[in-house]
Design a protein around this ligand. Structure first.
Ligand code: ACO
Length: 504
C-alpha cells in the first residue's frame, strides 16, 4: 500500500473504565453512541469511501493502544473492557482481556494464552469460539433473533427486496435512491457470461449436481476476470462484486438448463434481479414466458432470508480461504462447496427427499419420529435443529407463513406440506425435541416453496447459494479491509504415534 498522508487531530479520552474512545478526527463526522447502556462505542464515519484513509487511521489508533475494528468506510471502536478474565493454571495466573460486543456478548481474548502458558484451547466444531469481530449480522439463538446490519429480519422480509438487502449487507447501510439505482444498473449490466464460459457446460455430464457445476463455474470466472488481483482498487472491487452477484445467477440458471437438456436462455435485462432469474430458469425459446409477480416476491423473500447468517460453516470457509489472500472467486467457490453438505445448506434438499420418502412409502409419521429419536438409528429429522438457534428459527416462522400464501396463490395442494406440518406438530410436543431445543430451521419449509415455484430438488442448495452470496461477499470484504487480519490457522492436539524408527 502506498504511504497515505492524513492530517488528523485526535481527541482521545476515556468514556468509562476501560473505554479508549471517543475519537474525534477533525474533518470526519462522528455519529452518536447508539447504545443506551453506554456499552457501545461510537462509530466514526467519513464522506470518503477510500479504504486507504481508513486503514491509515486504523493503524494510527491501534498503534496507540486503541481497540478498533475497521470496515470499508467506517472505523468502529471496539469495546474492550478493563475487566480482564483471570485464568489459574497451577501456580500461574494469566490475565486475559475481555471484549463486549455491541449487543452485550462477552468474549475472552485467548490469543496470547499459548505464548504465556504453553496451553492452547480445544474446541472441536468451534462451539465456543468467536473467530472474528464482525458487524455484518447479529444472531441471538436463545431468543430467536436475526438482524442484518442492525435491521430485524422480519422488517427486511416485509419491506425490502433482495437487491436492496444485498447492498445493505455489502455496504453496511441501506442505499439511498441514487445508490440503489447505480447498484441495480450494475447488476443488470453484468448479467451475461463470456461465451467461452458457456462452452464449459458441454464438458459436464448432464447428471452432474448443479452445486458441483456452480462451484466450478464460479472458480472459472477468476480465469476471465484477472483484474481482481489489484487489492488497492476499490472501484475494481465494486465492479467485481456486481459481476459476481449478477453472473452467479446466470450460471445457476444455466446449470439447471444443462441438467434438463434445454437450451440456455440469455438474460433479459429489462427484468428485475429475481424476475430475470425466473426468466432464465423457466422460459423455453418456443414459448412466451410471463414472470408471476407473486412468485417473484416469494423468491425475493427466500433469497433475503438466506442472505447472511454470521460465521456459519460456508461463511467461515469463505473467510478461512480468504485469509490466505486468494481471490474472491476462489473464496466463493469454496463457500459453495461447504454449503453443499446435508448438515448445512444441503439440508433443504435432504428435507424434501425425507418428506417425499415418508409420503411415497405411506410411512406412519409417528413411527418415523420414533426412528429419528432412536440413538441406534442414523436418521435425523432434516430441517430440524441448529447449532445457534435454541428457539424457533425466525426465518422458519416467516417461511411457514409465506409458504401458505404462495401455495394458495398457485392453487397447489402439496401432500408434503401436510407431512411437514404433522412432523413439526409431533416434534414441538415431544420431550426428545423439547429437551434438546430442536426447532424447525430455515430449511424445513423452504423446499416446499421452491417445489411450488417449479425449482427441482437438486437446485435447492443452488438457490441457497444465490441467496447467501451477498453475505459471503460482505464477510470477505470485512476481512479484506481489516489491516490486522491474519491467516487463519488453528492448532491441534496431536494424539498419534510418538517418534518411532523406520524399519531397516
Ligand atoms: N433430528 C434428531 N435429533 C437431532 C437433530 C435432528 N435434526 N439435530 C440434533 N439432534 C440431537 C442429536 O442427536 C444430539 O442428541 P444427544 O444430545 O442425545 O446426542 C443433540 O440433538 C445435539 O445435536 P448435535 O448434532 O450435537 O448438534 P449440532 O449443533 O452439532 O448440529 C445440526 C446442528 C447439524 C444442524 C443438527 O441439528 C442436524 O443435523 N440437523 C439436521 C440437518 C439440518 O437441518 N441442517 C440444516 C441446519 S441450518 C443451515 O445450515 C442452513
Amino acid at each position: 500500500m502506498p504511504p497515505c498522508k492524513l492530517a488528523l487531530k485526535l481527541q482521545v479520552r476515556p468514556t468509562r473504565p476501560g473505554g479508549i474512545f471517543p475519537v474525534s478526527p477533525v474533518g470526519l463526522k462522528q455519529s452518536k453512541n447508539r447504545s443506551e447502556s453506554g456499552l457501545l462505542a461510537p462509530v466514526v464515519s467519513a464522506e470518503s469511501g477510500d479504504s486507504r484513509v481508513w486503514k491509515c487511521l486504523y493503524r494510527f489508533l491501534t498503534d496507540r493502544g486503541a481497540q478498533a475494528h475497521h470496515e470499508k468506510d467506517k472505523l468502529r471502536m471496539n469495546d474492550k473492557t478493563n475487566e480482564d478474565a483471570v485464568l489459574h493454571l497451577g501456580d500461574q495466573k494469566i490475565s486475559l482481556p475481555v471484549y463486549v460486543g455491541t449487543e452485550g456478548e462477552k468474549a475472552i481474548d485467548i490469543s496470547s494464552l499459548r505464548k504465556e502458558s504453553g496451553f492452547v484451547t480445544l474446541d472441536p466444531g468451534y462451539v465456543n469460539t468467536g473467530s472474528t469481530l464482525s458487524s455484518v449480522c447479529f444472531i441471538d439463538g436463545e431468543e430467536g433473533i436475526l438482524r442484518y446490519r442492525g435491521y430485524p429480519i422480519e422488517q427486511l422480509a416485509l419491506n425490502s427486496n433482495f437487491v436492496e438487502t444485498s447492498y445493505l449487507l455489502i455496504h453496511g447501510d441501506l442505499p439511498n435512491p441514487e445508490q440503489y439505482e447505480t447498484f441495480r444498473t450494475n447488476l443488470r449490466f453484468h448479467s451475461m457470461i463470456h461465451e467461452d464460459m458457456r462452452h464449459f457446460y458441454d464438458g459436464f455430464p448432464s447428471s452432474a449436481h448443479p452445486m458441483a457445476i456452480l462451484s466450478a463455474m464460479v472458480m472459472g470466472l477468476s480465469t476471465f476476470y484477472t483484474d481482481i488481483e489489484d487489492p488497492e482498487n476499490d472501484d475494481n472491487m465494486d465492479l467485481t462484486i456486481c459481476r459476481l452477484l449478477s453472473k452467479v445467477r446466470t450460471l445457476a440458471a444455466f446449470s439447471f438448463k444443462k441438467s434438463i437438456g434445454q437450451p440456455f436462455i440469455y438474460p433479459d435485462n429489462s427484468l428485475s434481479y429475481c424476475g430475470n432469474f425466473m426468466h432464465m430458469m423457466f422460459r423455453v425459446p418456443a414459448e412466451p414466458y410471463h414472470v408471476d409477480p407473486e412468485v417473484e416476491r416469494a423468491l425475493n423473500l427466500l433469497l433475503i432470508l438466506h442472505a447472511d447468517h454470521e460465521q456459519n460453516c460456508s461463511t467461515s470457509t469463505v473467510r478461512m480461504v480468504g485469509s490466505s489472500l486468494t481471490n474472491l472467486y476462489a473464496c466463493i467457490s469454496a463457500g459453495i462447496s461447504a454449503l453443499w453438505g446435508s448438515r448445512h445448506g444441503g439440508a433443504n434438499q435432504a428435507v424434501l427427499e425425507q418428506l417425499s420418502m415418508i409420503h411415497e412409502n405411506g410411512q406412519d409419521v409417528e413411527a418415523f419420529m420414533e426412528q429419528v429419536k432412536d440413538k441406534e438409528s442414523p436418521t435425523r429429522l432434516m430441517g430440524f435443529g441448529h447449532r445457534v438457534y435454541k428457539n424457533y428459527d425466525p426465518r422458519a416462522k416467516i417461511i411457514k407463513e409465506a409458504c401458505d400464501r404462495l401455495l394458495d396463490h398457485l392453487g397447489v395442494e402439496d401432500p408434503l406440506l401436510d407431512v411437514a406440518r404433522r412432523l413439526e406438530e409431533i416434534a414441538l410436543n415431544d420431550n426428545y425435541f423439547i429437551d434438546r431445543n430442536l426447532y424447525p430451521n430455515v430449511d424445513f419449509y423452504s423446499g416446499i416453496m421452491y417445489r411450488a415455484i417449479g425449482i427441482p430438488t437438486n437446485m435447492f442448495t443452488v438457490m441457497f447459494a444465490l441467496g447467501r452470496l451477498p453475505g459471503w461477499i460482505a464477510h470477505w470484504l470485512e476481512q479484506r479491509n481489516n489491516p490486522k487480519d491474519r491467516i487463519q490457522r488453528p492448532r491441534q492436539i496431536y494424539t498419534g504415534e510418538q517418534i518411532r524408527e523406520y524399519p531397516q
